[in-house]
Ligand binder design. Structure first.
Ligand code: ATP
Ligand code: MG
Ligand code: MG
Length: 259
């Protein structure tokens, strides 16, 4: 499927409850890929937005009581309408508050995908005690751990690191696209979580949508680094390359290994 063309044609409406650090970058990235974003975190409109969106992204950064309440409301409203929900469980296990909210979401909201770094995925699997902060605590991105989480929550898991793992528990793909400069800017994972929204919104096969989203994002980062001088220009170039991305480029540059 030509995901990029489809996204640009459909302009899916992506409702994000995300953090203060990522908000502007994620909104710009979503516009660049061809989606129509809304960012809001008040519980009073979470239900309406959750029900009208084409995809909902719940990101646990800069968590507040309001954001937590809004996420549960938006997630449940989205579930009722069959709208796909993506979870980015930032620093799960790191504090009691966020871990409780994440567990509430996992227990009450059916997720289309979970996108997190390999350390956070390991915490969800019960293979690692806790994430200390937003950065991944482990080096190895183990497909078996991602598969266990996918099965546990009956969802697609996108576990990121130097090599990204995408799995629905049955099918697994490894993606080598991307660039280490993504580690020198803030919210690169948050933007990826938001970007997964439009991809899963236009396809029934959430695994294939996840694979295509991860490859697309990684390729945009690679192309951006051909023009960037450092982290500052990379941020701008990444937005440019998301804007100029095509299905032809994704097919030409993708480094996907399905297994
Ligand atoms: P954030 O800082 O936004 O919370 P995160 O820790 O949740 O990010 P990461 O695992 O850092 O998420 O992934 C963000 C992006 O960086 C992904 O596209 C991923 O492929 C890429 N990435 C992560 N680690 C590396 C690495 N060592 N080399 C190259 N790319 C990487
Ligand atoms: Mg990281
Ligand atoms: Mg993160």
């Amino acid at each position: 499927m030509n995901f990029i063309a489809k996204i640009r044609e459909d302009k899916p409406f992506i409702f994000n409850i995300t953090n203060e650090v990522a908000s502007n970058f994620a909104a710009n990235g979503l516009i660049a890929i061809g989606a129509s974003p809304a960012m809001s975190h008040t519980p009073r409109e979470a239900q309406d937005y959750g029900a009208m969106a084409d995809a909902v992204v719940l990101n646990l950064g800069t968590l507040t009581e309001d954001r937590g309440e809004a996420m549960l409301k938006a997630g449940k409203a989205a579930n009722e309408k069959g709208v796909p929900v993506i979870l980015d469980p930032i620093a799960v296990g790191g504090t009691v508050f966020r871990t409780e909210i994440i567990n509430d979401i996992l227990a009450t909201v059916k997720l289309a995908a979970i996108r997190a770094n390999a350390g956070e995925i390991a915490v969800l699997a019960g293979a690692l005690e806790k994430a200390k902060g937003p950065d991944s605590m482990i080096e190895k991105n183990d497909p078996e751990i991602a598969k266990a989480v996918a099965k546990k929550y009956d969802t697609v898991v996108i576990s990121t690191g130097e090599t990204d793992v995408i799995t629905d528990g049955m099918r697994t793909a490894l993606c080598k696209n991307g660039h280490e400069m993504l580690q020198n800017i803030t919210a690169s994972g948050c933007l990826l979580s938001s970007i997964i929204g439009p991809f899963v919104s236009v396809a029934d096969d959430k695994f294939q949508a996840g694979v295509y989203a991860v490859a697309s994002y990684g390729i945009a980062a690679e192309l951006a680094m051909k023009k960037a001088m450092g982290p500052g220009t990379f941020i701008l170039a990444l937005l440019d390359e998301l804007y100029f991305l095509t299905d032809e480029k994704v097919k030409r540059y993708k480094q996907i290994q399905e297994r």
